[in-house]
Design a protein around this ligand. Structure first.
Ligand code: TXA
Ligand code: MG
Length: 310
């Protein structure tokens, strides 16, 4: 996709005056605003109907810009070198003199940061004089957006602009890792934990279902299409939408296939669009056939499990 510089200029102009806009990333679309501006960050919470105690992820062009706001360490550097820009979010300690808005962090002393890979958003981050606070561009607790029309569907005229970037290539949110002490995974996501383990050369704790919530994406109900979901279903009910990992020959209109031949990356990319489509087609419930619990399949199962706690 060729980058349209006029679009980047328009996005830049709006962000400079404290507006919020939709931005593409390789994971999902974000609802972005100036992370140094209380006004912009307040707007993000309001638009998403997000509880104010759920802090925002901040997006940077590179670690050079980040070093003004956060303390970095060896684990961060190893993972940054291997996976960034890419679908990984780090929890780090904020520096005392940071300019990050206290609204964005809910006055926490930590910050979740990410370096998105999408070319269009990288170009935007490069020209801006501030990093972008950008949670997923969806109404709080609902399904994330993987293309500009999803963002439009959720926010309509309430946001002034959506920067076009095509369909998100990964389709599920980033992996979140707290790298401050012993590295801990807080949310499964676009990067397989086994690959993270290889880079750090140690076993990593997965802590995405804690009794004390430190990343509200860990909350039980999340990523929800707003109708009940049953998991690992072999026999679908007549009026249920049925999600299957792999295409089958059938003329049943209630069957939805995540991929052609069972490819888990393909399935991840299609998951949220299919959930939105099922909702639009007015189905009242969803059944999901078993999805292999490996690689991206783990993240797909994590999202569907949370969405099923309806
Ligand atoms: O792929 C992604 O990460 C997308 C794209 C747009 O970058 N963003 C995204 O943002 O998924 P959001 O806000 O929907 O999810 C971010 C998660 C939330 O569950 C939030 O609670 C958690 O990150 N989080 C934010 N700040 C945190 C912090 N300081 N410590 C722990 N978790 C934090
Ligand atoms: Mg979200």
């Amino acid at each position: 996709m060729k980058i349209n510089l006029a679009n980047i200029k328009k996005a830049q102009k709006l962000l400079n005056i404290g507006e919020c806009i939709g931005i593409p990333t390789e994971t999902v679309y974000g609802l972005a605003g100036n992370a140094y501006s209380n006004q912009a960050c307040k707007k993000i919470f309001k638009l998403k109907k997000r509880p104010m105690n759920n802090p925002l992820i901040v997006h940077y062009y590179s670690k050079k810009e980040l070093s003004k706001d956060c303390n970095i360490n060896e684990s961060f550097l190893k993972l940054y070198k291997k996976f960034c820009p890419g679908p990984i979010t780090f929890v780090l300690d904020l520096k005392k003199n940071t300019k990050i808005s206290k609204i964005a962090t809910n006055k926490k002393k930590t910050l979740a940061v990410r370096f998105p890979k999408h070319r269009v958003t990288r170009k935007l981050l490069k020209v801006l004089k501030f990093p972008l606070a950008a949670p997923s561009a969806n109404i709080s607790s609902k399904v994330s957006s993987v293309c500009s029309s999803d963002v439009k569907e959720d926010f309509g005229e309430r946001i002034k602009y959506i920067l076009e970037g095509g369909k998100s290539n990964i389709g599920l949110e980033s992996t979140i890792i707290d790298v401050r002490n012993n590295p801990r995974i807080l949310r499964l996501g676009g990067i397989d934990v086994s690959n993270i383990q290889k880079v750090l050369n140690k076993k990593i704790i997965i802590n995405n279902n804690p009794s004390k919530i430190s990343a509200p994406g860990q909350h039980k109900l999340h990523y929800s299409p707003g109708i009940p979901i049953r998991m690992n279903v072999k026999k679908v009910k007549k009026k249920e939408a049925y999600i299957l990992i792999k295409k089958r020959k059938t003329n049943k209109s209630n069957y939805f296939f995540l991929s052609k031949n069972g490819n888990l990356k393909q399935a991840a990319k299609n998951l949220y669009s299919i959930l939105r489509k099922i909702k639009k087609n007015k189905y009242k419930s969803i059944a999901v056939s078993r999805i292999p619990n490996k690689g991206m399949g783990k993240t797909i199962n994590d999202r569907l499990n949370r969405a099923s706690k309806f």
